[in-house]
Design a protein around this ligand. Structure first.
Ligand code: PMT
Length: 217
């Protein structure tokens, strides 16, 4: 049996992709499967935390004993996160959030026309950045999906988004990042301590992230 070392703690975890509608039949999204975030939700719940899982569309079943809030677009996820933020002790943002959305979604299917079609994308809010601005006594954990300069870019995100910890993954490595059951990550805290976790399944990674968060409490 697992030690209930998070008993009495409230944790909010975001997982999966966001999807941005272009019209009623088309959308923009990314490759997040939700596996990383769901693994953290399950691990935290097993360790006694009360877990709110804010999830974009995935094919996964939510772990039992977790409060699931389903969202679709970045603006939806933003609203759900803000609604549940106040009561949390720890927030972990593993969702892959779209930075841009089509500037207007039309309610009728876009018809094929002569020539090319140009889509204009506008900036979405950065949910994690907004949380960093209002953070009080909470532990705020971000993820960083990088293809190069992993540690340097992740460190920049710690400062810019006022994080306590960042989980950086190199999404170009085999067995890391989107879709797969394993990951390879660096845990970097606000004191610039770096711990590398070699390729492990996402459940093991989840437990190690929680172990590191315990040090921040
Ligand atoms: O779901 P899986 O298939 O298991 O894949 C896992 C994963 C690769 C999605 C996960 O490990 C991961 O890296 N998640 C973060 C992906 C991401 O959007 O990274 P980023 O470097 O673009 O964003 C940095 C942080 O800011 C993230 O915590 C992100 O949730 C947050 N963010 C980003 C943009 C935005 N508009 N709002 C945000 O809150």
């Amino acid at each position: 049996s697992v030690e209930k070392d998070f008993y009495g703690r409230k944790i909010m975890i975001t997982a999966g992709p966001t999807i941005e509608a272009i019209d009623p039949v088309r959308f923009i999204t990314n490759h997040s499967s939700g596996k990383m975030g769901y693994a953290i939700a399950e691990a935290a719940s097993k360790r006694g935390a009360s877990v709110t899982l804010i999830s974009g569309p995935t094919n996964l079943s939510p772990p039992s004993d977790v409060k699931l809030v389903s969202t679709s677009s970045t603006l939806d996820m933003y609203e759900a996160v803000m609604e549940h933020y106040g009561e949390q002790d720890i927030i972990i943002k593993s969702a892959a959030v779209a930075d841009y959305r089509p500037n207007s979604t039309v309610d009728k299917k876009i018809k094929k026309q002569e020539g090319d079609l140009t889509l204009t994308l506008v900036r979405n809010p950065d949910i994690l950045y907004e949380l960093g601005k209002i953070k009080d006594n909470k532990v705020l954990v971000g993820f960083a999906a990088e293809t190069d300069n992993i540690i340097e870019y992740a460190k920049e995100k710690i400062t810019k988004k006022n994080l306590d910890l960042i989980v950086a993954n190199d999404i170009t490595q085999e067995g890391a990042g989107f879709g797969v059951d394993t990951n390879i990550v660096y845990l970097i805290d606000s004191g610039n301590n770096i711990k590398k976790i070699d390729k492990s399944n996402k459940t093991d990674i989840a437990h190690q992230i929680l172990d590191k968060i315990k040090e921040c409490l």
